[in-house]
Write a protein that binds this ligand. Structure first.
Ligand code: GDP
Length: 444
């Protein structure tokens, strides 16, 4: 996510590093570079102008020209301006209305609405402990209704059936009744999209909005469409009062233009970003953390949160207890950690949250950490239980047997044993927990 913008901006900042006080010329040239970076990122023009003007005005102020570390000061300024452009603060989902809280989803076909309904339902159910009912008002595509039924089943929330030929408003009203009857906390209403902004769709959406009076009207938009995303958002915002935006497919968006434009162009806050197709790939949008990520500063808080959510808490606790016991950390535990990492999947989304992560990701393209984890597990599987518990037993002939059994070279068995030693040392130091550090050592 945002690799190209991140690289471009770190180039601008590098050129200011190690300088004495900044001259006006240097600030002007940095501002020009910033402008180029934002243009390349496909940010909307008025947003670029506002951004660059703000940075320049502040940079020319006493704050930077007199600073002894102008590169750092400039970085802070760009970071602050990025955060402001992205919306400043987190704007949480509003669920305070009398239940059911109604969430109306809007957006073009293919934007990721139905997928997002599933992700949101899962998040509300698991993290907020809400009971959720979902319904589709797409009466034009039976496949869309079926898709929502499947998605609801996958994330384990209630699905209200609807049929092609019914009126969208009648469906919506019946769903509200059902939500009340079953004491659902939240009702998420999926709607029909078209491939382009279209009058019929807008009329239908406005009608649904009037009939439902939702507490949230969320516009779902594909981040990969760059500043077009902002334009489409604007067209929707002109017809229905949007309370928030969900930016989908941010995992495939290296430029960041949509993220940086949407808030300014529509005034509606980005509330979530979709970072993958699976139902757990939805993140709360934190403007400050995203700004830091764009600048290659990493997002340690996000990384820790994600790690904690993904790690099986029970297994982690068991492991921590084992570390403190006399027996200590052995190769079977090492394998358990590898399996957990494998279950966590999505190394990319973890890596990019590390400082300098965008560069790290580029370097790792060839290393393929997922494959390495798989290989490690295969090697440990070829050992006897005794070998796993007492790795010191593994001498030359055992190494040859294990290598043959797992289809690798002896050298790779050696490598694994070294890695295990290092990990064991690290685990001793950290005495349990510390998956984040663990990930980093494995990535290196
Ligand atoms: P809808 O027509 O707006 O309901 O769109 P869908 O929910 O059917 O999504 C369209 C496509 O986008 C599907 O193939 C989804 O898997 C994919 N998609 C949705 N959200 C994301 C995301 O955050 N990341 C990625 N990579 N794909 C996504």
């Amino acid at each position: 996510m945002f690799e190209s913008l991140s690289q471009r901006l770190s180039g601008v900042l590098d050129s200011l590093r190690g300088q004495g006080r900044l001259t006006e010329d240097q600030i002007n040239s940095a501002a020009r570079e910033l402008r180029m970076a934002l243009l390349e990122a496909d940010v909307a023009l008025p947003v670029i102008k506002g951004f660059v003007d703000a940075v320049k005005a502040k940079a020319l102020g006493a704050e930077i020209t007199q600073s002894l570390t102008p590169g750092q000061a400039f970085l802070r300024l760009v970071q602050q301006t990025l955060t402001d452009t992205l919306g400043g603060e987190v704007v949480p989902l509003n669920l305070r209305a009398q239940p059911p809280a109604i969430l109306l989803m809007a957006g073009l076909q293919g934007a990721g609405k139905t997928t997002t309904v599933g992700k949101l339902a899962k998040l509300l159910k698991e993290r907020e402990k809400k009971s959720v009912l979902v319904v589709s008002c797409d009466v034009y595509r039976p496949a869309a209704i079926e898709q929502l039924r499947i998605v609801a089943g996958q994330v384990g929330v209630e699905f209200f059936p609807s049929e092609v030929g019914q009126s969208p408003q009648a469906i919506a009203r019946a769903a509200v009744e059902q939500a009340k009857k079953t004491y659902a906390d939240v009702l998420i209403v999926d709607t029909a999209g078209r491939t382009t902004v279209d009058e019929d769709m807008m009329v239908e959406l406005a009608g649904l909005h009037a009939a439902l009076d939702p507490v949230e009207t969320l516009f779902v938009v594909d981040a990969m469409t760059g500043q077009d995303a902002a334009k489409t958002a604007r067209a929707f915002a002109d017809r229905v009062p949007l309370t928030g935006v969900v930016l989908t497919k941010a995992d495939g968006d290296s430029r960041g233009g949509a993220a940086l434009s949407v808030r300014q162009v529509t005034g509606a806050p980005i509330k979530y970003i979709g970072v993958g197709e699976k139902s757990d790939k939805l993140e709360v949008f934190h403007p400050d953390r995203i700004a830091a990520r764009i600048l290659g500063q990493g997002d340690m808080l996000g990384l820790i949160e994600e790690t904690v959510q993904r790690v099986d808490a029970e297994k982690a606790a068991k492991l921590a207890a084992k570390l403190k016991s006399k027996k200590g950390f052995d190769l079977a535990d090492f394998r358990e950690q590898m399996l957990q990492m494998q279950n966590m999947g999505g190394f990319d989304s973890l890596l990019e949250k590390l400082p300098g992560g965008a560069n790290l990701q580029a370097q790792l393209k060839n290393a393929n950490p997922e494959k390495q984890v798989k290989r490690t597990i295969a090697i440990i599987n070829s050992m006897t239980a005794q070998e796993r518990q007492f790795p010191d037993l593994i001498k030359a002939s055992r190494k040859r047997r294990i290598a043959a059994g797992s289809g690798v070279e002896v050298q790779q068995v050696n490598q694994l044993l070294r890695q295990f030693d290092q990990t064991r040392d690290m685990m001793k130091k950290m005495a349990g927990g510390g998956m984040a550090k663990m990930m980093r050592s494995l990535a290196g």
